[in-house]
Design a protein around this ligand. Structure first.
Ligand SMILES: *Cc1c(COP(=O)(O)O)cnc(C)c1O
Length: 432
């Protein structure tokens, strides 16, 4: 039932994370509470770096997609492991810079970066801008000219790959708001435009084919399509693209039954494909970038809640209500994301009670999971949701004027607060 090896069950039958009793954490910090294992985050960061070293002569960098969980301490940890970082707003750039990250290590994404955001990014010297559309190219060149800078850009390409994952998180195909399509010549036009503008250096090409992907195959296919495009740019415009960014989307375990993707295997297959294609096309081996978000952080986190009540509606269903919900984890409400739910203080009891886990927010759709098998809890017991490290805190809101939870980091068996719980004062700080 556990989804990560940073989780365990102690002698008292309590769920542990990073070796620390979750009951102790719930008591000390209150609930709802996000808890993360720093050891796990560092282990995964190292495995990404290691796989590039081993399979690609170290000629590349993993880029952490910070939208998965962006706060100062996470930025510091990722930075200290030597990963670059993706930002998708000026706010994420600001957070990384405030955490001490060298702006050169930031890569700025987004399908509708505002002029102000582009200016902010370029003024602060971010590493490169991933151009998503023609306006991006024109604006970056204009801002570059104004600031007397030549700005590195990477073109975001839709390689037209249909990855079987949830419709809402599928982005590689032509019907997507992200990037330039290959099929209709848009991507080629973008490359031509970028190659002609003086304050732009066309440095890379990028694709991101989806999320929660478990096979290396779609990535192998994507790398081949992208090298075809690199060859086309070389043939037509005489520019040899140096950077190949294959995006993120590596799957994680939300349920124990989910498969396990070995990142080393991924890099091995992709590296082989790139070397073969480069030989075939007469291209230099590009520097490789990958952009894991969810997989760096997702399995390293859990959320602890206190059960408030259990409502048994005969012949309908049982509801277990907890003291959080869509305000700290909107992913079930958004796209029926799957999660494992457990009663943290009775991990060895039989999980044979069928129930729906509901939040405290005023929406019928405020559910964390439907029809799970769980230990039947009493009010006051601690319910844990596993693998909530990614896209939970970063998607949290103050709906119903609930405060956002605190986040605690566990390192070598020691707990420390990395984000404090919001206060009522925080809730009204912008109210006039
Ligand atoms: C969201 C996103 C990622 C990260 O995706 P994960 O599924 O979290 O690994 C990487 N690159 C881009 C461009 C993204 O939009």
């Amino acid at each position: 039932m556990l989804t990560s090896d940073c989780l365990g069950i102690n002698e008292e039958g309590h769920l542990t994370i990073g070796g620390v009793d979750t009951l102790y954490l719930a008591e000390k910090y209150g609930t709802p509470l996000y808890v993360m294992s720093e050891d796990k985050i560092r282990e995964i960061a190292k495995s990404y770096l290691g796989s590039i070293k081993k399979n690609y002569n170290g000629n590349g960098v993993p880029i952490y997609a910070s939208k998965a969980f962006c706060c100062k301490e996470i930025c510091r940890i990722i930075d200290s492991e030597g990963l670059d970082m993706d930002s998708v707003s000026a706010g994420e750039i600001y957070t990384a810079i405030k955490a001490g990250v060298d702006p050169k290590k930031l890569h700025f994404h987004g399908n509708n970066k505002t002029y102000g955001e582009l200016e902010y990014a370029i003024e602060n010297g971010v590493g490169d801008i991933i151009a998503d559309n023609f306006e991006d190219i024109i604006r970056v060149n204009e801002i570059g000219e104004k600031l007397s800078k030549v700005v590195d850009i990477t073109l975001r390409i839709k390689p037209g790959i249909d990855v079987h994952t949830h419709e809402f998180i599928r982005t590689g195909q032509i019907d997507s708001k992200f990037g330039f399509a290959l099929e209709n010549g848009e991507a080629e036009k973008a490359a031509q435009m970028a190659s002609q503008l003086k304050n732009i250096n066309l440095n890379g090409v990028h694709c991101h084919i989806g999320s929660q992907i478990f096979d290396a195959e779609p990535f192998v296919f994507a790398s081949e399509v992208m090298l075809g495009f690199i060859k086309l740019i070389k043939d037509k415009f005489g520019i040899e693209i140096k950077n190949l960014n294959l995006g993120g989307g590596f799957g994680i375990k939300y349920l124990e039954s989910d498969p396990f993707l070995k990142y080393e295997v991924y890099m091995e297959s992709v590296s082989k494909a790139i070397h073969n294609k480069c030989a075939e096309y007469g291209l230099n081996i590009p520097k490789i970038f990958i952009e894991p978000g969810r997989s760096v952080i997702g399995e390293a986190g859990i959320t602890l809640y206190t059960v408030g009540n259990v409502k048994e509606i005969e012949n309908v269903r049982n509801y277990i209500s907890v003291d959080g919900g869509m305000g700290d984890n909107p992913r079930y409400a958004l796209y029926q994301a799957e999660y494992t739910c457990v009663i943290a203080n009775r991990m060895n009891d039989k999980a044979d009670y069928k129930a729906t886990i509901a939040g405290k927010y005023c929406e019928s759709g405020d559910l964390i999971q439907e029809n799970v098998s769980i230990v039947k809890p009493e009010a006051g017991e601690i319910l844990a949701v596993l693998s909530t490290g990614a896209y939970n805190y970063s998607m949290a809101s103050n709906y119903n004027r609930n405060v956002r939870p605190a986040c605690v980091m566990i390192k070598e068996g020691q707990d420390r607060l990395i984000i404090r719980r919001e206060t009522f004062e925080d809730l009204i700080k912008n109210d006039i």
